[in-house]
Design a protein around this ligand. Sequence first.
Ligand code: SF4
Length: 305
Amino acid sequence: MTSAENRCSLCGEPAVVRLAEPERRLCAAHFIEDAGARVFAAVKHECMISSGDRVAVGLSGGKDSTALLLLLHPILPALGASLIAVTIDEGIAGYREETLKAAESLTDELGVEHAIVTFTDLFGDDLDRLLVGREPQGCTVCGVLRRRALVEGVKRVGATKLATGHNLDDEAQSVLMNVLRGDLPRLLQDTSAGYPGHFVPRIKPLAVLSEKEIVTYLLLRSYFRDLPECPYAGTALRSEVRSMLAGLEHRHPGTMLRLMRFRDGVRRSACPAEPAKALSTCRICGELASGEVCQVCRLLGRDGK
Ligand code: SF4
């Protein structure tokens, strides 16, 4: 027997989730519909995709990017846009092979074009070898190289937008980390406009769904796969912030959504007096850099240091 309080607010069937803001309980079918409608509304409301766009989905094969592709796939034709999946193969033994297989089987099933860009092709070696002697910096090195690889992948496939699978938890964690680090420029940084000639606008349609909602969505649609964890995963601060936020969200539902509203409010009211510092181009590879040499060339030792 399902108690009256544990029934779908829309149809009275047994509820599978309870959502905050507005508070409601939903059955499996209405939750799947609700998640799709929220992503579609975010895409429309924030004008993320225009007619004629070729949208590259950064598809790692993990849960977030799988959900992103599943949610964007049915709505793009209605917006007059097309879709292509781009997977970055960093070369992480025991991890990437599995997620790559998952990405390939999903794109095959949906009939979505799929391009794979490898670190070896772009940087001359895989991540495992590039990290020898500096394994604790795994995510920092990988993050810089992955961003460049995605930019390169997007250029190769001729996409006009890049959609990434950042969810509400990722975004709220980043807000809190930037606050804890006192990093106002990063808190204000918005890559949704892109940088003409260097990178296309980046969109995050999944930022309206929490990690828990994404897992529920995949389980209900039978797309959840238990994949291995990246062996380099998790910087100390992000791990701490993740557990702190998870506890706060559990005790005070809606905390993460309110953090996002706080960030948007700060961005809107930020004083525009200081013009953004003009970025220069790297003297070695010609990509954007904040100094004479970009982070990628520095990490790869191309500057001879
Ligand atoms: Fe790269 Fe870190 Fe993600 Fe692993 S967890 S793929 S090292 S960014």
